[in-house]
Design a protein around this ligand. Structure first.
Ligand code: MLT
Length: 328
């Protein structure tokens, strides 16, 4: 038996002479981080905050590549099918990593099995926002306005399967609103059009909309969360307004399935160091985001979140789509 194990080790050392070294000197060149949405949006901002810190820990640049399209599934498919060598990573989100399979029957990846999970990056509540000249003075008036006018209005989102699509689908179907849906490659370009008045409303991450709310270029009606955000003290929550709509978004870092454990461990450690940095914590507070608790960090915490979110959101989406088959 011992002889057999020794022989197997010998064979593998000859067959893959550089494998051990490649892991121990990892990373020895820049790492590509695929962000499956447009630059400047929530996923991109989080990837750049964490990537900048992780570059310092790992001694190599993490270079963000924005690969938008199909609600983020184009970019995440690229991650899932990349060489599992630690040099291609992805930052996905609640949409790409839990909702997409319910909306794309031929999706080429499964969020629970096609990746080596690195860890949860952050949680951020969705916020109900509208273009600046919307007359409704508060959420109650806005819901009443949508009830009578939604068929003439447009809702902007980051593509079928993105968080803004999923949260909008749940919001619109819950209240019976039927706006025209306008897809973008991310919520950064969607928000530009909301500011410009080309679209009427969005349910988007506080991370994306806080600067525009503070600059009064859009109107905020509520944060879809149980508690007010430190960054938006004047914006009420859906909970305090008695509106039954709470929606939390999240981002997460992943690697292609089969990435050597020694490499995943280095990435997990670098991500955790980035999350603990006081500058990250400060940026997160400014953006209305929260880092994961220590107990939820790393691959196990993310795997659990992906599985529970897939189980939670799939029936919700299917029910919403069944109510509006033309939106499929
Ligand atoms: C989403 O709605 O999924 C995100 O806001 C997309 C993005 O990061 O732009």
């Amino acid at each position: 038996m011992i002889r057999k194990v020794f022989f197997a080790a010998l064979v593998s050392a000859f067959a893959f002479p550089g494998a051990g070294l490649a892991q121990s000197d990892y990373p020895n060149k820049p790492i590509t981080v695929i962000v499956p949405f447009a630059a400047g949006g929530p996923t991109d901002v989080v990837a750049r905050i964490l990537g900048e810190h992780m570059s310092r820990t790992l001694g190599q640049q993490l270079v963000v590549e924005n690969v938008g399209g199909a609600g983020g599934t184009t970019g995440m498919t690229r991650v899932a099918t990349a060489a599992p060598d630690g040099y291609t990573l992805g930052v996905g989100n609640m949409g790409t990593q839990s909702a997409a399979p319910a909306l794309y029957p031929t999706l080429k990846y499964n969020p629970a099995t096609s990746f080596d999970q690195i860890g949860i990056a952050n949680y951020t509540p969705q916020t109900i926002v509208a273009k600046k000249d919307t007359a409704a003075k508060n959420l109650k008036e806005f819901l009443a306005y949508l009830k009578d006018n939604s068929a003439k209005l447009s809702y902007g989102h980051a593509g079928v399967g993105s968080i803004s699509y999923v949260s909008g689908t749940v919001f619109n179907s819950q209240f019976g609103f039927k706006p025209a849906l306008v897809a973008y490659r991310g919520t950064a370009p969607a928000l530009n059009d909301l500011v410009g008045g080309q679209i009427d409303y969005m349910v988007d991450q506080s991370l994306n909309v806080i600067p525009q709310i503070k600059g009064n270029t859009i109107k905020a009606y509520a944060v879809a969360a149980p508690a007010r955000l430190e960054a938006l003290p004047d914006v009420p929550t859906t909970k305090e307004l008695g509106v039954d709509f709470i929606f939390s978004a999240w981002n997460a870092m992943v690697a292609p399935k089969g990435t050597p454990k020694a490499i995943v461990d280095k990435l997990v450690d670098a991500l955790n160091k980035a999350l603990d940095d006081p500058n990250t914590v400060k940026r997160y507070v400014e953006l209305g985001s929260t880092p994961p608790e220590a107990a939820d960090r790393g691959p196990a915490g993310l795997q659990k979140l992906v599985e529970s979110e897939m189980a939670r959101i799939t029936p919700v989406l299917k029910a919403a789509m069944a109510a509006e088959p033309e939106k499929k």
